[in-house]
Write a protein of this length. Structure first.
Length: 239
């Protein structure tokens, strides 16, 4: 049954995505915030399809740590493809720091560029970091939030990878607070898993790390908060 429900969701999701990519082409001629609004509609309906076909919903806690009047960098644990969708609905037109390869996806890459996402060449090292910071400063001037996955890739629940220097560079150069965001999405929509499980994903916004910490102290604080909160959410989730 799980395989059938996942198959039906995939058919509906990719069909819906293909349709909106084609129908929305004229939107690309307008300012980025219109493209972003169009993208939010895509996300809302995609999550609705996930709920209808799979029975997978989500809840968000700790929203008091998300100050809608203040820009921030959101450092989010990355366990699932789901994580790339939902946060467009909860943040201020967030500019995602994402791998450059996504820009090569047919049509979809054009939307990512037009929406002002920040592509990163993961092999570029110092030059890539410099370009990321330049783009991030531009997004900050637009009044937008920034979103980054510190580990740089999806990680299975319970696993841990080294945090990349990009999040520390943003923290050190932009003078913005970093809000860690924990979740347990990988329990329901696993990394590279076809089957999705019914249930309810929990997303938790944690207290902000204010500007001013030294790089090493900041990275240690971020990692400790995120990893401990994710372990707790995984343990508390109903099976």
């Amino acid at each position: 049954m799980a395989a059938l429900r996942s198959l039906l969701f995939n058919i509906a999701f990719y069909g819906w995505t293909a349709a909106i990519l084609i129908l929305g082409l004229p939107i690309l001629m307008f300012p980025y915030w219109i493209t972003y609004g169009f993208g939010r509609m895509w996300v809302r309906i995609s999550l609705w399809l996930l709920k209808i076909f799979v029975g997978l919903d989500h809840r968000v806690i700790g929203l008091e740590h998300r100050d809608g009047e203040r820009q921030a960098i959101y450092a989010i644990k990355h366990q699932s493809a789901w994580d790339t969708l939902a946060f467009a609905l909860y943040l201020n037109r967030p500019a995602y720091v994402l791998k450059r390869e996504l820009l090569y996806l047919p049509l979809f890459g054009f939307y990512l560029l037009r929406a002002g996402m920040i592509p990163v060449d993961r092999q570029g090292r110092a030059s890539a970091l410099k370009r990321m910071l330049e783009a991030a400063k531009q997004r900050r001037q637009q009044g937008r939030d920034l979103l980054i996955f510190p580990e740089g890739t999806r990680v299975r629940v319970g696993e841990h990878r080294p945090y990349h220097p990009g999040v520390a560079a943003l923290y050190g150069h932009l003078d913005l607070p970093v809000v860690p965001v924990a979740l347990n999405s990988g329990l329901f929509w696993g990394r590279r898993a076809f089957n999705k499980k019914p249930g309810r994903i929990t997303v938790e916004f944690l207290p902000a790390i204010e500007p001013g910490l030294a790089r090493k102290a900041f990275m240690a604080e971020l990692e400790q908060r995120l990893e401990s909160a994710c372990r707790k959410l995984a343990q508390e989730a109903p099976r």
